[in-house]
Design a protein around this ligand. Structure first.
Ligand code: SF4
Ligand code: SF4
Length: 267
C-alpha cells in the first residue's frame, strides 16, 4: 500500500501564542528544559532553537499602516521535500521518509554540520558535547503509529492541522487562504509544514514584501553552501581517497610479500 504524504498546517489567524505546542514537543521528545532569561528582543523564549529545543513560538511585533501588529509564528524544521540538508550530508545521516518527515539519524551523524550550512531556514542545531546535530522529526515515531504529531495534539485552538499534504493544500486554497510551502523553489521543493493566513495576507505589502517574508520565510530560499551536493561530493571524494589508499596499501604489501619471497628463495 502506498504511504501517505502528510503535512502540518500552521494557521496564523487562529494561533494564540500559548506555547502548548512548544511544551508538547519537549515532553514527547524528552528534551531538557532550557534556562530562560529576559529576552530584550521580545517574548520569544528561549530566544532561539537549540539542540534541546526543536521548536519555538516566535513573537513578531511591528507596525503596519500605523497599526501595531503582534503575531505568532511556530518555528521548526519545515521538512522540505528536496531536503537540501539530506543532500549535503556526506554520510547519509538524514533520512527522507515517504510520510514527509526529514529525520537525522543520531547513530550516523558525524557532526560535520554541512546540513546547517545547507538549510535555508536556519534549523539544525549542533551540540558540541555529543558532536551531533538535532532538529524536529515531524514526530515520525507517532505518525508511523497512527498518531498525530505531539504539537498538533496539544493545540487548543486547532491552529495546527495534520493530514494528507495534498488535501491540506487544496482545502486551504479553496477557502481563500494564502499558503506558503505548496511550492517554494527548486532548492527546497515543497515543505511539509504549510503556513496559511487570510488575515495577514497584505502584511509587508507597503515595503514591497510578501507576508511570509515578514515572517522570515524567504521567497527563494538557498543555503550557504555553494551547492547542496557539496557534502556528497566531499563524501565521494573521501571515499575515493579511501579506496585509493586501500589500493596503494594492497600494492605495497604485495610488493613486500614478493620481496620477502624472493629473498627467502635466494637465501
Ligand atoms: S533544509 Fe532545513 S528546513 Fe529543510 S528539511 Fe532540512 S533542516 Fe528542515
Ligand atoms: S499550541 Fe496552537 S495556539 Fe498554542 S502556540 Fe502552538 S500553534 Fe499557537
Amino acid at each position: 500500500m502506498p504511504v501517505t504524504e502528510y503535512g502540518i498546517v500552521v494557521n496564523l489567524d487562529t494561533c494564540i501564542g500559548c506555547r502548548a505546542c512548544q511544551v508538547a514537543c519537549k515532553v514527547w521528545n524528552g528534551l531538557k528544559a532550557e534556562e530562560t532569561s529576559f529576552n530584550p528582543q521580545g517574548y520569544t523564549n528561549p530566544p532561539d532553537l537549540t539542540p534541546n529545543t526543536w521548536m519555538i513560538m516566535q513573537f513578531l511585533e511591528g507596525v503596519e499602516d500605523g497599526e501595531p501588529f503582534w503575531l505568532f509564528k511556530k518555528h521548526q524544521c519545515l521538512h522540505c521535500s528536496e531536503a537540501p540538508c539530506a543532500k549535503a550530508c556526506p554520510v547519509n545521516a538524514i533520512e527522507v521518509h515517504p510520510e514527509g518527515a526529514v529525520v537525522i539519524r543520531s547513530d550516523r551523524c558525524i557532526g560535520c554540520r554541512y546540513c546547517i550550512e545547507a538549510c535555508p531556514y536556519n534549523v539544525p542545531r549542533y551540540d558540541p558535547k555529543t558532536n551531533k546535530v538535532y532538529k524536529c522529526t515531524l514526530c515520525i515515531d507517532r505518525i508511523q503509529n497512527g498518531l498525530q504529531p505531539a504539537c498538533v495534539e496539544a493545540c487548543p485552538t486547532d491552529a495546527l492541522e495534520f493530514g494528507p499534504w495534498r488535501e491540506l493544500v487544496e482545502k486551504y486554497r479553496a477557502a481563500g487562504y494564502e499558503v506558503y510551502g505548496d511550492h517554494v523553489n527548486d532548492y527546497v521543493g515543497h515543505t511539509h509544514y504549510l503556513y496559511v493566513t487570510r488575515k495577514y495576507r497584505s502584511l509587508g505589502a507597503k515595503q514591497g514584501k510578501k507576508w511570509y517574508e515578514v515572517l522570515g520565510l524567504p521567497a527563494d530560499p538557498r543555503g550557504r553552501l555553494p551547492g547542496v551536493q557539496l557534502g556528497r561530493e566531499v563524501g565521494v571524494g573521501l571515499a575515493a581517497l579511501a579506496a585509493l589508499g586501500a589500493v596503494a596499501h594492497a600494492v605495497y604489501w604485495r610488493a613486500k610479500r614478493m620481496e620477502k619471497r624472493s629473498g627467502s628463495k635466494g637465501g
